[in-house]
Write a protein that binds this ligand. Structure first.
Ligand SMILES: NC(=O)c1ccc[n+]([C@@H]2O[C@H](COP(=O)([O-])OP(=O)(O)OC[C@H]3O[C@@H](n4cnc5c(N)ncnc54)[C@H](OP(=O)(O)O)[C@@H]3O)[C@@H](O)[C@H]2O)c1
Length: 326
């Protein structure tokens, strides 16, 4: 098969499309002919050699895909050749074919195209895991979602809104409109405004019940300060830096806070299977009735993968960047 590969770790110039061994399904797996894959920030780190794939994962980039089942393993009962599926991957999505365990594949509502389906798995499962499983966001609560217009952010806004929460986001100014359209009630321009002050003003000093964070060090203190009593914070990335200094940790005790971190990629097959099933129970009808939607910023042909990576690294996307495979 053809796959996007790297001459060596480094800039997007290192990408090329070339021959690679076609993966064959084991008895519990299906082989999928990939229609589209989508970019994730982690891909840019992996490209630079800063995010090695977990043990056993493909060396090819790509954490999600949609496509058509092309072969099934001898013990596969859930799928047949020709079915349309989408799935989370631990790697390998930037290729013509992938193999996945039959339990991690999902079918999607018929109102969504194959390309739209490729924009769902990684960001929606990540956001669902964070908001539902970890933070246990409830109806009537409030949440601050940082990087609101990111892939994960746009999924999180919709899930939080569907759960009946009040949503605040931070995002750069030009991305506010999409966050508000998706259901945020207030978008904060983190460059010109102090989000802690805005949140405390908006909530009349109470703070928010949940913070979804991707920035880590520079936001840590302000996140603690704007959480409410019994507040929960889920940290999913370290985009702003890993070392926080001069912290005042009193709010953690005083407000009985829960601080959690997670990565989805390294989770077990059992965990991903359960999360996938749980998420689609929540989301299937919401997608089919149009209450939730995959948010697609742009679609690149896979031969333009270098341009797609540059576009993401310039922080230009609002929602997902897709790669059309073939
Ligand atoms: N832990 C997990 O399981 C998990 C799973 C999926 C993704 N993630 C992480 O979640 C984050 C979002 O992923 P994504 O694919 O949704 O990202 P994305 O679509 O590329 O969006 C990232 C956005 O974050 C904002 N941002 C704010 N400060 C930034 C900074 N210092 N550096 C870079 N961007 C900054 C930018 O928007 P503005 O213009 O608004 O600043 C940027 O467009 C990534 O760090 C990713 O690795 C974690």
């Amino acid at each position: 098969m053809q796959a996007i590969q790297l001459h060596q770790f480094g800039s997007p110039d290192q990408f090329y499309i070339g021959e690679y061994d076609t993966p064959e399904p084991n008895p519990q797996e299906i082989q999928v002919k990939v229609a589209a894959t989508a970019l994730n920030r982690a891909d840019t780190l992996q490209r630079m050699g800063k995010y090695p794939p977990p043990k056993g994962a493909s060396a090819i980039l790509g954490l999600e895909m949609s496509g058509i089942v092309s072969k099934i393993g001898s013990k596969v009962t859930k799928w047949k050749v020709g079915d349309e599926v989408c799935a989370l991957l631990s790697g390998g999505g930037y290729a013509e074919y992938v193999t996945i365990h039959q339990n991690t594949a999902a079918s999607f509502p018929s109102n969504l195209t194959l390309q739209q389906a490729a924009a769902i798995p990684e960001v929606f499962l990540t956001a669902f895991q964070a908001l539902d499983w970890l933070a246990q966001l409830n109806k009537g609560e409030s949440i601050l979602i940082h990087a609101g217009a990111s892939g994960v952010g746009t999924a999180a806004i919709q899930i939080a809104r569907e759960k009946g929460a009040t949503v605040y986001v931070t995002a750069s100014k030009g991305k506010h409109e999409i966050c508000l359209q998706l259901g945020a009630s207030k978008a904060i321009d983190y460059r010109s405004e102090n989000f802690e002050e805005v949140i405390l003003k908006e909530t009349e000093g109470r703070g928010v019940d949940v913070v979804l964070d991707f920035l880590a060090a520079p936001y840590f203190q302000k996140n603690l300060n704007c959480l409410a009593l019994d507040g929960r914070m889920v940290m999913l990335a370290l985009m702003g830096g890993i070392k926080a200094e001069s912290l005042n940790l009193v709010p953690i005790l005083q407000k009985r806070l829960k601080i959690m971190g997670s990565t989805l990629r390294s989770r077990t097959l059992e965990y991903k299977t359960k999360l996938t099933a749980n998420f689609w129970d929540f989301a299937y009808d919401r997608f089919s009735e149009g209450h939730m939607k995959p948010v697609i910023d742009s679609i690149f042909d896979w031969s333009d993968v270098a341009e797609a990576h540059r576009y993401m690294e310039a922080n230009r996307n609002k929602g997902k960047i897709l790669l059309k495979v073939n």
